[in-house]
Structures are given as structure tokens and as C-alpha cells.
Design a protein around this ligand. Structure first.
Ligand code: ADP
Ligand code: MG
Length: 324
């Protein structure tokens, strides 16, 4: 099976919205008048972002999910994406699983595959997504203001928990690992929440490298600092029974590492003024997404962490950095 057969069999679908999809030198997109295009790319590299033996269907899902998460963070509605793929060899079982996971999530978000590139090489997946947002309404990192509440969606830390177990650093009961692993391998992009937060949140971004590090990007872009209730954030780990030490599997330090600096959560961290608490609750309700308040933006730069007793906690929770 050659390159063009691979494209035709696994990555060519009729387009519904784009003016032109796979098959020519360019795809053609027709954004709605009055909208801005939101564009983002994310690359997944074997051995760096995923294990070589990961389920290809989950990998297809994740490759698109991390990109949709960026659109969600901007409050953009997904339209289309391109897929640049380097494959060591044509493995049809792998391709069938990968494209199934990828296209199922694409269908869920009505985001169509309009083009890409396919080449032989070490397994590498690069997706570029295109979304649209009413001009001037994108959620940005730079909009946080002193006094804003800080929120995070969903749960935090379970992906890191699974990673620690898969790397052999901790032992988890099989069922706990299976659930945490779902969060690592099949993250849920918070697209509906991002859309519902337009006009409500002052700032937003998605948590890919770790809550505190990613929040620091918002604070830096906004010229502000924050106070964080680390106790509230720690309790956002879904595998709470284990995390809280009930079974003696781990200590609070591991829970903090996972929730505050874990990465791979693909939740949204965002800020909104206190007078919009009802609007935030309505956005959470409308998108059927849990949101939790974990802190306050302050004028003074820097992060001030508080523990369960409101005492200052040293920030030892650095985020992931590929070159750090
Ligand atoms: P070109 O050489 O002109 O860049 P290619 O021969 O690489 O085009 O690709 C042929 C067509 O298939 C193009 O429309 C391209 O966008 C599409 N394509 C290539 N690889 C993929 C892929 N992995 N997924 C979706 N479309 C792809
Ligand atoms: Mg060409």
C-alpha cells in the first residue's frame, strides 16, 4: 500500500463545510463573515508524548483532543484540521485504529479533516486546527485583572498519576490505573465550556503542562499575580480515595505534584470577576462541565500558595518544559 492509498483509505472523507478538502494542493475554508480564524498546531512525538505501544485509537483521539483543547481555550468553535503524519511503515491495523479514534472525535466536534501530509519516518503526528470566533471575542491569556476569581474545569492530576504508574514510580490498583489512564490517553477537550465562557471570562488557557505553570502564563501576560488555594486544587484529583491517603498509597506531596504540576490535563484554567459568579455557573451548567474556584488574581506579581490551613506553601511545583 502506497502513500496515496493510505491517504485515500484512512484520511479522505467528503467535506460538509469546507469549500474543498483532501485531494488538491490546498484545502479551501470559508469562514463565516464577521468571524476571526483561530489556528493552532500541536505535535505528538513517540517516546516524548506517548509510549510506542499505546493503543492507536486512543492516540488518534489524543492527537486531535490536544488541538481542540487550544480552540476551547480561546472560545473558538472547531471547523477543520490538517494532519501531517510521519509513519515508520504502513501498518493497516495501526492506521485503522488511529483513524477511527481521530475521526470519531472529529465527528463529535463537527471538525473536518481537510488535508495534510504523509511521509515515511519516525512516528510523529502534527495536527493544525482551524476554528472560528466572533471578531474581538476570543478568550486570551492577557485579560486577567486583579480581583478576578481563578477557576479550573473538570479534574486535575489523574493523567500524571497514570504516567507515574506507567513509568513504574508508583504502584496503583488495576482499576485505579485504568481510570487514571483514560484521562492520560483520552483527554476531553472542553470545547463547549470555552464557547460558553465567551463574554464571561476575562482570560483563559488550557492546562497542558501543569496548572501552576500554565496559570503563570496568564498572570505574566496580564501583568498580575495570584493567590492559590492548593487544598481546593488538590481535591480536584478524581482518584480521591487513593489521593487522600485513605488507603495509604500516597502522601499529599504526590497529590500536589499531580494536581499542581502534573500536565496533560487538558482542562481550562480561566479568570472572571466575582460579579460574574452566576454567569460562570451558568456556563458550567450549559456545557455540563464542572468548574471549581481555586484562587484570586492579585496586583502583586508572583504566585502565593496557601495550604489547607491558609498557611503559605513553598512553590516546588514546576511545570513541564521540553528544554527545562
Ligand atoms: P502535495 O504534495 O501537493 O503537498 P500530497 O501529495 O502530499 O500533496 O497530498 C495529496 C493530498 O492529500 C493533499 O490534498 C493533502 O492535503 C492530502 N493529504 C496528505 N496526507 C494527508 C493526511 N495524512 N491526512 C489528510 N490529508 C492528507
Ligand atoms: Mg501539491
Amino acid at each position: 500500500m502506497g502513500e496515496f492509498d493510505v491517504i485515500a483509505r484512512y484520511f479522505t472523507r467528503p467535506v460538509r463545510h469546507a469549500a474543498l478538502g483532501v485531494g488538491d494542493d490546498c484545502a479551501l475554508l470559508a469562514p463565516t463573515p464577521g468571524m476571526q480564524l483561530a489556528v493552532s498546531s500541536d505535535m505528538l512525538v513517540e517516546g516524548r508524548h506517548f509510549f510506542a505501544d499505546v493503543d492507536p485509537e486512543a492516540l488518534g483521539h489524543k492527537a486531535l483532543a490536544v488541538n481542540l483543547s487550544d480552540l476551547a481555550a480561546c472560545g473558538a468553535r472547531p471547523m477543520a484540521f490538517t494532519l501531517a503524519l510521519a509513519l515508520p511503515r504502513v501498518d493497516e491495523t495501526w492506521l485503522a485504529g488511529f483513524s477511527r479514534g481521530l475521526l470519531a472525535l472529529a465527528d463529535e466536534h463537527d471538525c473536518e479533516l481537510v488535508g495534510g501530509d504523509t511521509t515515511q519516518g519516525p512516528l510523529n503526528i502534527c495536527i493544525t486546527v482551524f476554528g472560528e470566533v466572533p471578531a474581538g471575542q476570543a478568550l486570551l491569556r492577557s485579560g486577567a485583572r486583579p480581583g478576578d476569581d481563578i477557576y479550573v474545569s473538570g479534574t486535575l492530576g489523574d493523567a500524571r498519576l497514570a504516567l507515574q504508574a506507567l513509568l513504574g514510580h508508583i504502584a496503583l490498583p488495576a482499576q485505579v490505573l485504568a481510570r487514571a489512564r483514560q484521562r492520560l490517553e483520552r483527554p476531553t477537550p472542553r470545547v463547549a465550556l470555552g464557547l460558553a465562557l465567551r463574554g464571561v471570562a476575562h482570560s483563559a488557557m488550557d492546562v497542558s503542562d501543569g496548572l501552576l505553570g500554565d496559570l503563570s502564563h496568564i498572570l505574566k501576560a496580564s501583568g498580575a499575580g495570584a493567590r492559590i488555594d492548593t487544598h481546593a486544587a488538590s481535591f480536584l484529583i478524581a482518584e480521591k480515595a487513593y489521593a487522600s491517603g485513605v488507603t495509604g498509597y500516597f502522601d499529599i506531596e504526590l497529590v500536589r505534584q499531580c494536581t499542581l504540576a502534573g500536565g496533560d490535563d487538558y482542562e481550562l484554567v480561566f479568570t472572571a470577576p466575582p460579579e460574574r459568579r452566576d454567569a460562570v455557573a451558568a456556563a458550567a451548567q450549559a456545557s455540563q462541565t464542572r468548574v471549581s474556584r481555586i484562587g484570586t488574581v492579585e496586583a502583586e506579581p508572583g504566585l502565593r500558595l496557601l495550604d489547607a490551613l491558609g498557611q503559605p506553601l513553598e512553590n516546588r511545583y514546576a511545570s513541564f518544559d521540553h528544554f527545562g
